[in-house]
Design a protein around this ligand. Structure first.
Ligand code: ZN
Ligand code: ZN
Length: 465
């Protein structure tokens, strides 16, 4: 009762007074913590348990997933399986947490392993678990398998399953299929919810389907009878900005009943950057800094905007402000998974034990690309707004380190999968396209907003991102 009411300290006090707590009591105190995000406390209790059942393990794994500590969650799941000999087996709840951890990491190999566990333990693939599988395969870059799982759910698919598939297609830049599926869902008599609409709108965003997006956005109020949330408004701002329709984007911002957040201004900013609209860039950046005074990227971009306009006094002012507030930039970080192990690289990183080999490989790759006519992108240097470009040489951006490492370590012809925390820059995007052709590799990069599939010299985003 105390934990249900959020009275954690009373719950804990009560727990301490019980001389020999039984298993359900232990589980409920662990769950109460986990619920409020006190993971350290939960873990201490968990470690102190003499007997644990599947609920105890699942609760703890779920706790890590909720806090975004995906690696910890997977490690704990691995430890849980050791007790298989004692009759301990995961259930659907355990597996859906494990799948979420894999989605968060973009870890396809682990995801496949989790799927195999579901089969091995004979766990029923309910709609909930099926949705987690669809989400995992989509977020780990295997949209074909996501689609396969989706089809296998048969007639039981609920709105969440449809929405997961629609969002997956959107993230993979397949706007046409995304919209098709949306209408198919309605034909099947399933009413879309806000998540579905978010998915199909972001499908329009990634493909530049302005008219379709406009129509869908209108239909939310008129046809489906719910008010758009800030995320839906964000999609519309993104849609218009990317298509270069900055005025329309501004109109949406003005019409919003709520206060625009960092995502809205961020979307406007990236559109304005693309259309080289310096004034709008400045305005969006000021708003971003106002909302989050520690947003390092925004300060750097703002100082670059002033540099571009030759306003050197303002450049100095912004830089001083950063020093004064002790603001540090978020470094670019890419991870690549090889044989189930994650290798993490920061831009300009030299901490990897095989740094020498990696940098030598980058040089070899870049020389080969230059021989093939690679000139890099002029665009980025023209409006030098990239968060990473200033401090690190372009060819040492984190994704290049990751790809070079993968080229060194993986078998020829195998697919390279990279997850990156920031948006991929134009120069790296060009380089990746060419690497995919020259080295005959499929390269899949998930950046902070979508997937890029580089195959034989082209990218699935068709340079629209
Ligand atoms: Zn780059
Ligand atoms: Zn791309």
């Amino acid at each position: 009762m105390y934990s249900c009411c959020g009275e954690l300290s009373s719950a804990h006090q009560m727990f301490d007074e019980i001389a020999i707590p039984d298993l359900p009591t232990w589980n409920s105190i662990i769950n109460a913590n986990v619920q409020v995000g006190s993971l350290d406390v939960a873990r201490k209790l968990f470690d102190g348990m003499h007997e644990r059942n599947v609920t105890s393990w699942s609760c703890m794994i779920h706790g890590y997933v909720r806090q975004g500590e995906y690696k910890e969650a997977l490690t704990l799941f691995g430890e849980m399986l050791v007790f298989e000999k004692d009759g301990l087996e995961p259930n659907g709840f355990t597996m859906s947490s494990v799948l979420s951890a894999c989605s968060g990491l973009g870890a396809l190999e682990q995801g496949k392993w989790a799927h195999a566990c579901i089969n091995r333990y004979g766990i029923e693939v309910t709609v909930v678990l099926g949705t987690a599988l669809i989400d995992m395969y989509a977020k780990c870059g295997s949209i074909e398998t996501a689609s396969w799982v989706f089809e296998n759910l048969g007639a039981n698919k609920d709105v969440m399953a449809w929405s997961a598939m629609i969002s997956g297609l959107a993230m993979h830049g397949d706007g046409k299929e995304c919209i098709k599926l949306f209408y198919k869902m309605m034909d099947d008599g399933i009413r879309p919810n806000d998540v579905t609409l978010l998915g199909v709108l972001s499908g329009c965003v990634h493909c530049g389907f302005v008219n379709e997006g406009k129509k869908l956005f209108k239909s939310m109020n008129n046809e489906f009878g719910f008010h758009p949330s800030i995320q839906h408004y964000g999609c519309m701002v993104d849609l218009y900005s990317r298509a270069g329709l900055i005025n329309y984007a501004m109109e949406i911002i003005r019409s919003m009943p709520m206060k625009p957040d960092v995502l809205i201004w961020g979307a406007l900013l990236s559109g304005a950057r693309k259309s080289q609209d310096i004034k709008t860039c400045e305005m969006a950046l000021m708003k971003l800094i106002e909302l989050d005074p520690t947003n390092a990227g925004a300060y750097v971009l703002l100082s670059n905007v002033y540099a571009k306009m030759g306003m050197w006094k303002d450049v100095r002012r912004v830089r001083d402000l950063m020093d004064l507030k002790g603001i540090k930039k978020v470094p670019g970080c890419s991870t690549v998974e090889l044989g189930g192990i994650f290798h993490e690289f920061y831009s300009g990183d030299d901490s990897h034990p095989e740094t020498r080999e990696i940098y030598a490989k980058i040089e070899e790759v870049m020389n080969k690309l230059k021989m093939e006519g690679f000139v890099g992108s002029m665009e980025e240097t023209l409006l030098d707004l990239d968060e990473e470009a200033r401090e690190t040489s372009l060819s040492h951006h984190s994704e290049r380190l990751a790809v070079a490492f993968a080229l060194l370590k993986s078998s020829p012809g195998s697919t390279i999968r990279v997850i990156k925390n920031l948006r991929i820059c134009v120069d790296c995007h060009e380089a990746m396209k060419m690497i995919s052709r020259v080295f005959d590799r499929e390269i899949i990069i998930r950046d902070c907003s979508r997937f890029h599939y580089f195959r034989s010299g082209t990218c699935s985003c068709k340079d629209y991102w």
